[in-house]
Design a protein around this ligand. Structure first.
Ligand code: DX5
Ligand code: ZN
Length: 212
């Protein structure tokens, strides 16, 4: 299981130290919010640029921003490994996914709780990752919405039937307990923010989930 702690829950004043706390994680999940697509503002490609020289962990950039096409070049230049855009954030998701892949970066598509898997069916041949939101995007520390796991199972079936190879990622309210349900439904990458960073030993929490 790939574990991607979200630095939305890290101490930004002490980011170097908090990145050490998650040093055994496979990926680092970076939540960009623009105050338009979601009601919150966080960071942009500048934080990717800042972290990039200090780690070999994959930088997994989750863009909760309107019209993500405007920012792909900047994230590519900053050193992103994966860029996930929201299906709901642009009228041209297919074009943006192409734009990401043309930069040699893995392209992900994310769906809000109110969006069905059917909506992104036509995009599945063109993605490296599908992110199923298990909270409404915008804030860390919200409760997991278990009904979303049906989407994970459906994606897992579609992947098998069509021989696709995208990762299935789950984000929002992931704890050691909800992680078990995500794995059973067919997820292979879990984002966890508040749970991981609130543990006394985040590395232990990460390795526990890695072994699920
Ligand atoms: C939510 C973000 C998540 C969030 C997860 O809008 O996309 O990545 O940081 O935080 P937790 O694990 O606290 O729900
Ligand atoms: Zn996220």
């Amino acid at each position: 299981m790939i574990i991607a702690p979200s630095i939305l829950s890290a101490d930004l004043y002490n980011l170097e130290n908090d990145l050490k706390k998650i040093g055994n994680a496979d990926w680092i999940h970076i939540d960009s919010m623009d105050g338009v697509f979601v009601n919150n503002l966080t960071f942009g490609s500048n934080i990717v640029h800042a972290i990039r020289p200090h780690t070999d962990q994959l930088l997994d950039c989750h863009l909760m921003v309107d019209r993500p096409e405007k920012y792909i070049d900047a994230y590519a230049e900053a050193g992103a490994d994966i860029i996930t855009i929201h299906y709901e954030a642009t009228p041209h998701p297919h074009r943006v996914l192409q734009q990401i892949r043309e930069k040699g970066i893995r392209a992900g598509i994310s769906i809000n709780p109110g969006t069905s898997v059917e909506a992104i069916k036509a995009l599945l041949p063109f993605v490296d990752l599908v992110l199923v939101m298990t909270v409404n995007p915008g804030f860390g520390g919200q409760s997991f919405i278990p009904e979303m796991l049906d989407k994970v199972s459906l994606l897992s079936d579609l992947r098998r039937i069509n021989s696709y190879s995208f990762y299935i990622q789950v984000d929002g309210g992931v704890t050691n307990e909800t992680a078990v349900d995500c794995v059973e439904a067919g997820a292979d990458c879990l984002v966890s923010g508040s749970y991981v960073f609130n543990q006394e030993d985040p590395q232990e929490a990460i390795s526990h989930m890695q072994n699920l």
